[in-house]
Design a protein around this ligand. Structure first.
Ligand code: AMP
Length: 213
């Protein structure tokens, strides 16, 4: 099974992708996580994309195409995958069609998690990430936790550079201008499954599972 998960930044794609990956035992491929890891390690790719990501802009389609092709053709994706954060432009959607066309065929679900912009800004500006294990908390729901409930690290929570309000607004603009056309493209082909993301995490997961089952 292949799943492409869409949603504005902060709609909850990463959270849902992890839950789905666990349930169906398929790898969670987050292009944002792969890029952040490259930045952290200071790889040649990381050095190229650091500034772009900090500004909330998109990394160019050619770099992304190489990264996604290399990842999806890897043996670990042979039984399926959940793709989170790609494609984000129409050009990337066409590249992905080509890559998938060269892989063994499997059912592909395109799921969009929808949340209004103002709610997203509130969510993201209060999002904090554990620097050790990547666990995500929200200050409004979880409070200002001093240790990570998942890995136990002390004082591990930090704010992603691109979760500052000004950058969030830019990321949303980029989403509406570059990624919305991708959603409209799939919607016009009747291939897009839309889910209301303004509900508790478990409710969104239940809805996704009911579709996948
Ligand atoms: P995310 O964690 O998915 O919100 O991605 C964080 C950042 O990584 C984005 O704001 C972009 O700068 C970059 N990025 C991730 N995926 C893509 C993509 N498919 N195309 C271009 N840039 C991307």
């Amino acid at each position: 099974m292949r799943i492409m998960l869409f949603g504005a930044p902060g709609a909850g794609k990463g959270t849902q992708a992890k839950i789905i990956a666990e349930k169906y035992q398929i790898p969670h491929i987050s292009t944002g996580d792969i890029l952040r890891e490259s930045v952290k390690k200071g790889t040649p790719l990381g050095l190229k994309v650091k500034e772009i990501m900090e500004k909330g802009e998109l990394v160019n389609d050619e770099l992304m195409a190489d990264l996604v092709k290399e990842t999806l053709t890897d043996e670990k994706c042979s039984k399926g995958f959940i793709l989170d954060g790609y494609p984000r432009t129409l050009n990337q959607a066409l590249t992905l069609e080509k890559i998938l066309g060269e892989l063994p065929q499997a059912a592909t679900y395109k799921i969009s998690i929808d949340v209004e912009d103002e709610k997203i800004i509130k969510r993201l500006s209060n999002r904090r990430v554990c620097k050790v294990c990547g666990y995500i908390i929200n200050l409004l729901e979880d409070g200002d936790l001093k240790s990570c409930p998942k890995c136990g690290a002390e004082n591990p929570f930090y704010q992603r550079d691109d979760d500052k309000e000004e950058t969030i607004r830019r990321r949303l603009e980029v989403f509406r201008s570059s990624t919305q056309p991708v959603l409209d493209f799939y919607k016009n082909k009747n291939e897009l499954i839309e889910i209301d993301g303004d509900q508790p995490i478990e409710k969104v997961s239940e809805k996704i599972f009911s579709i996948l089952n």
